[in-house]
Ligand binder design. Sequence first.
Ligand code: SF4
Length: 302
Amino acid sequence: MKFQTLAQLVDICREDGVTIGQLMLSEQAKETGKSEEETFRLMADYYNIMKEAVHRGIHEPVPSRSGLTGGDAVRVTDYMGSGVTSLGAEACTALAYALSVSEVNASMGRIVATPTAGSCGIIPGVFVSSQERFQWDDDHLVMGLFAAGAIGYVIANNSFISGAEGGCQAEVGSAIGMAAGALTELRGGTPEQAVHAVGLALKNSLGLICDPVGGLVEIPCIVRNGFGAVTALAAADMALAGVRSAIPSDEVVEVMLEVGTAMPAKHRETAKGGLAQTPTGKKILKDLYGKGSKKPKKDGNQ
Ligand code: SF4
């Protein structure tokens, strides 16, 4: 890739007169040896999977394989039908869609890891709800996925994108940053504004630990995806309004690395701390796996 940092991303886009999505499409095609048309088509297939997952969980409850979770996307959708929400219809829709995709993941259904399975609801929640609201065609959203991919590439190479390495800030936090930057670009923001959105978003999840109850990517993961979608909308709005990340976004990424490296192992997906070790968290584990239960093998995260 021609870029390794978010600042380089902005510089190259400015010099070449392209969007982040356009730059990523051409770089990815070069790197994989595929044509740009084929690279675009593959990404369009991913977007279709995201849309399917969004729609699956909002029309009927999708219980998780463990039986612990499921149906929250339907609950939020039904609640929206009352016509009065605190967030307003648009943000509430993004929230419901993000919950839906995360529930599909917990049911072992088909999702796209963005950047991981644990954080798979945020980008679809933001993208599909925004597409409906702004009446964008699919191609526009597919270019947004390339923008999100470029941002994720930088974060992954300079920090982490998995809860096991850097806590939930790395997983849900990265997804929020990717969604926020991409949405900013989709809405006509400059690459510089998109990168500010990334920094604004990432700052809000620094220090977030990974503490899945029972070792399953369900509690608190599913609701964190819902919150993440709403945060991404807020970060994009701030960036489009001209709010800047006072700490440059690349430096925020470095802080995520520093914080994640210092994070104790019990807060990095081992289920040995945080919510997983609350009395209720332990009871859930015991109910699921019986006495003396140990953390189960990973269940589809990453
Ligand atoms: S709590 Fe851990 S497993 Fe769950 S979404 Fe966050 S990083 Fe992933």
